[in-house]
Design a protein around this ligand. Sequence first.
Ligand code: MTE
Length: 337
Amino acid sequence: MLIKRRRTWELPETATTPEGIYRQRRQFMQYAGAGSLLLFSGGVLAGCGEAAPPAGAAAGESSSAINDPSAGLYPVPRNEAFQVARAITDENLATTYNNFYEFGSSKTIWSAASKLKLRPWTVAIGGAVEKPQEIAIDDLLARVPLEERVYRLRCVEAWSMVVPWSGFQLSHLLKLAQPLSSARYVRFTTAEQPDVMRGLRASWYPWPYQEGLTMEEAGHELAFMATGIYGKPLPPQNGAPLRLVVPWKYGFKSIKSVVAIDFVEQRPTTFWEAIAANEYGFWANVNPEVPHPRWSQASERVLGTKEEVPTQLFNGYAEEVAGLYAGLDAQSERLFM
Ligand code: MTE
């Protein structure tokens, strides 16, 4: 008899009403004024409203997505080991309510993002690796096992979604990259396409968007590279064609539209950390007991519902990932901010 150990994210589906017709617009990090970031703005704003659905905005309906040569790869088989106890967020909500600052600080960037050029698209793998290489996205997709996983997504702004990502475990890419033993961190970099990314004109932001993980975090089975969503290729607004998903950390760690992956010895300074290190640190692990300096993280709004539920340590993945941080000095490392 097969006795399957139930993991913390494998709770049975609740009776949560599936997402309906609501469309929500979130205000995550909207600076009140141009100029020198927090000095002028006083930080970021948190907000979340609902608005009428934009027509034809669902994943796969943007011009880039329609021409996506990887479309035939989807849907991919769901890995049932990765489930969530809540209903999956409505596709139209998850694909029309986005943060992608390269296209602007509004949450309705899906239309502007549809202009993102998805091919040719290469990913440069470099730094402390056996052999630096540039790999075309479609070659990469052919070399990794694609699967679907349902993960929680918890934004630092205290709202959450449940998303079915397609893609591959990041550890497959680590094997492909063959990092040297000197590598301690992985640094990810987002594409810069100034002709379509109007947000890049906001010169006070430290472009390009970069994020980082320790090698141990990157090698964890939950760390995932998304290439699709809702059984289709990722639409540009969600980070096509390649995007990191780290479900136990706040959403800003999940960097979109990745073009470079470097293995480095020094901890990289990440995009939001460069802007406000006291609010958006390198670790950014979800913890209901560690408030953001300007708001509580004790609970979260489940987008598309009227529900407000308690936030979970490591966003519900504590049993799986807490060990990653056991050897770290929580006094000197701000693991939860
Ligand atoms: N990646 C890039 N390159 N640029 C961004 O502005 N926003 C981050 C993250 N990745 C962002 C990014 C933030 S703040 C969040 S909450 C998530 O993407 C949102 O992902 P979603 O739009 O797919 O929900």
